[in-house]
Design a protein around this ligand. Structure first.
Ligand code: ATP
Ligand code: ATP
Ligand code: MG
Ligand code: MG
Ligand code: MG
Ligand code: MG
Length: 266
């Protein structure tokens, strides 16, 4: 197309190319989900429908972008990890962040009814997003550990808090006061001694969050290998996890598109 006299305005656009050879992490987080979860009657402290909808929306993102190695979600947040040498959108930050965010957000709305069949969506939710670059394997692994440690701390607190409120008949203020200054062992003891709840037996998805990763399976009937996305609730704080999944960070090959249903995620 011929250039117009107006085209010079394009020069005002700023370059936002991301540093090469580093893992691109996109983290999204629900805007005001404290209120959103109340407005939509989420079960406290963990609504499994809400978490599964987050997982399914992340699955929709992962299925579309082959350069994503994995994604990790908990509460109202999801982190997407691009392979180190990705050249998607020429590594332009705004392109990457906005495309991932809008695909995730529209999927959250699009698939709402699949998980919240009896709870109408009252208004359109929003997610914020950021990009962080990690230059070394150690930094990236520590990032994943940081997010999972966050679930652990929050979930133990929230589980004890809501048990004190819902089963112990304390007011939220009283429960907060009761937990002030307690360490993990104290919370485990409150749950066990007063409510006969063994925290270890709480669902793994609540305690560990969800890691979506790609697995190559050989399909003998079709005589070829297929790539699937699976959800796991592994303990990433253990170094054995990273030894067992050492290929997770280094995979560079193109994944075959897999179009079948992934029942685990549903
Ligand atoms: P901000 O806009 O700053 O992120 P926020 O209200 O979303 O504010 P967060 O720190 O992101 O604050 O916390 C998210 C909150 O959403 C949690 O504290 C919890 O109350 C609620 N929430 C998210 N997912 C669930 C879920 N599956 N079940 C129950 N509550 C949830
Ligand atoms: P990219 O992902 O790079 O933006 P694109 O296919 O969206 O690729 P654009 O340059 O943004 O490319 O062009 C958008 C295209 O979408 C148009 O060329 C046109 O074909 C189609 N399109 C968008 N809106 C309409 C509309 N209202 N009616 C008909 N076609 C439309
Ligand atoms: Mg936030
Ligand atoms: Mg939030
Ligand atoms: Mg959050
Ligand atoms: Mg377009």
């Amino acid at each position: 197309m011929a250039k117009s006299t107006f085209e010079y305005v394009k020069n005002f656009e700023q370059d936002d190319t991301l540093l090469p050879n580093s893992w691109i992490v996109v983290r999204l987080d629900g805007k005001c989900f404290h209120k959103f979860s109340e407005d939509h009657n989420f079960t406290k402290p963990n609504d499994a429908r809400g978490l599964k909808l987050m997982n399914y929306s992340a699955y929709a993102v992962l299925s579309e972008f082959n350069d994503l190695l994995m994604a990790y979600g908990q509460s109202d947040e999801y982190s997407f990890i691009f392979k180190k040498n990705s050249t998607l959108y020429k590594r332009r930050a705004a392109k990457l962040l906005t495309t991932i965010n809008s695909k995730f957000t529209s999927s959250y709305v699009f698939y709402w009814n699949k998980f919240f069949d009896e709870e109408p969506l009252k208004y359109p939710p929003a997610f914020d997003g950021r990009i962080v670059l990690y230059p070394s394997e150690e930094n990236l692994i520590d990032y994943m550990k940081w997010r999972q440690a966050d679930v652990h701390i929050n979930n133990l607190y929230n589980t004890t808090f809501w048990t004190l409120v819902l089963q112990g008949n304390l007011s939220p203020a009283q429960a907060e006061k009761r937990l002030c200054g307690t360490v993990s062992a104290d919370k485990n003891e409150i749950l066990f001694k007063e409510f006969n709840i063994n925290y270890n037996n709480e669902p793994e998805m609540f305690k560990k969050g969800t890691l979506l990763l790609r697995k190559t399976l050989s399909n003998e009937a079709l005589n070829k290998s297929i790539s699937v996305i699976v959800d796991v609730h592994s303990d990433m704080l253990k170094d054995t996890f990273w030894k067992e999944h050492s290929n997770l960070l280094t995979k560079t090959k193109q994944y075959l598109n897999y179009e079948g249903p992934v029942t685990d995620i549903l």
